[in-house]
Design a protein around this ligand. Sequence first.
Ligand SMILES: C[S@@+](CC[C@H](N)C(=O)[O-])C[C@H]1O[C@@H](n2cnc3c(N)ncnc32)[C@H](O)[C@@H]1O
Ligand code: SF4
Length: 376
Amino acid sequence: MTDVAQPDLVRNSWMLNLIDEAKAGRLPTPTFASWLITRACNLKCYYCFASARKKDPDELTTGEAMRVIEDLADTGVFYLSYIGGEPLLRKDIYQLIDYSTDLGIYTGIHTNGMLVREDTVAKLKDVGCQILGVSIDSHDPIVHDRVRGVSGSLVGAKRAVLESVKAGIRCSIRIVVTEDSLPALPDLFNWARDTGVEELIIIPIFMVGRAAGTPDDRRADILGKELFWKGLDVLREVANPLGITVPEEKVACCVGIELNTPDKENHHAGHAFGFERSTGCRVGKFIMNIQPNGDIFSCPFVQHKIGSLRTQSVREIWAHPLLRAAREGDMGCHARSIIHTGRPDVVDPTYNRSTEDLLAELPAGAKPLSLTPIQN
Ligand SMILES: C[S@@+](CC[C@H](N)C(=O)[O-])C[C@H]1O[C@@H](n2cnc3c(N)ncnc32)[C@H](O)[C@@H]1O
Ligand code: SF4
């Protein structure tokens, strides 16, 4: 944690120490949970890793979900992000957010924005939601709506951002870097900043779920990684002159960019350093990935089950040998280990390798090796 300028106030904070401990794989419990609370969705993005569309028949009930929240709180998880599918399609979502914030967990929701209106944001604020994340793929409605499969979806996403900022809920924008979104990054960065958005989350495309099935998925994955780094470089050009840091990310997984510099009144040190600085592969170090039925996947992007909160506790699952191995070694990106070898327990073969070398070695038509498509 020495790569960014930090005011004295935060340089020695417990949060920084915690992040260092997590990165070193020394935490006895996870700090974050990302919960795919429903697979139901009102959009049909061509690349959706969750293949979201219909609700799973075995989704956790409200009571079961509340018991999971209790377990997370007892274990010391302090950040919970409800994703989906579209989390606002779950009727009890406000109740679940209310319960997690009541138990002291910093809670956010990640939405495509279609269902967000002034009253939605007011209700989210009322139940203590701290952050509202919205996905945007481009400023151009033709691009965004084509990616999302429903016309009017950019209007909904932008409305959600504006309502969130107006209501004073921290807002983040999530952008998956593709050939479509790359040209939009500088404009989205400037729009986000001018609008009062607090963070950008930049995500590489993973060729899984509905994104899988190109003629050559492993090649597409490697090119997607390259595109992601290019995206971060493009953003550095606009961010650096403003004193905004775009973190280095050698593994090529999600990166958070804090748009408020530490001198700004609304800069939130805990938020910025706690969440944005959790770079690298988070598997086994920071995060627990919960599925709609309580199954735990090692990584949100690949369907590799390592436990179930219907029958096990968070602590028990955190002791899984795969997560222990991820804590103990620097294995690159766990998702790419699976995508490129079919095995979750080996080092990511694309890690620290040049794109040229990787492409030269790949057989034509290389598919992801062991991903089971979700049936819906
Ligand atoms: C699955 S969505 C769930 C929340 C909400 N429905 C939304 O679209 O923001 C969570 C995030 O994952 C991103 N995403 C979906 N499929 C992806 C993929 N194949 N690779 C990388 N990110 C992906 C989405 O764009 C979104 O920002
Ligand atoms: S990425 Fe989000 S909005 Fe798009 S289909 Fe998946 S869950 Fe729905």
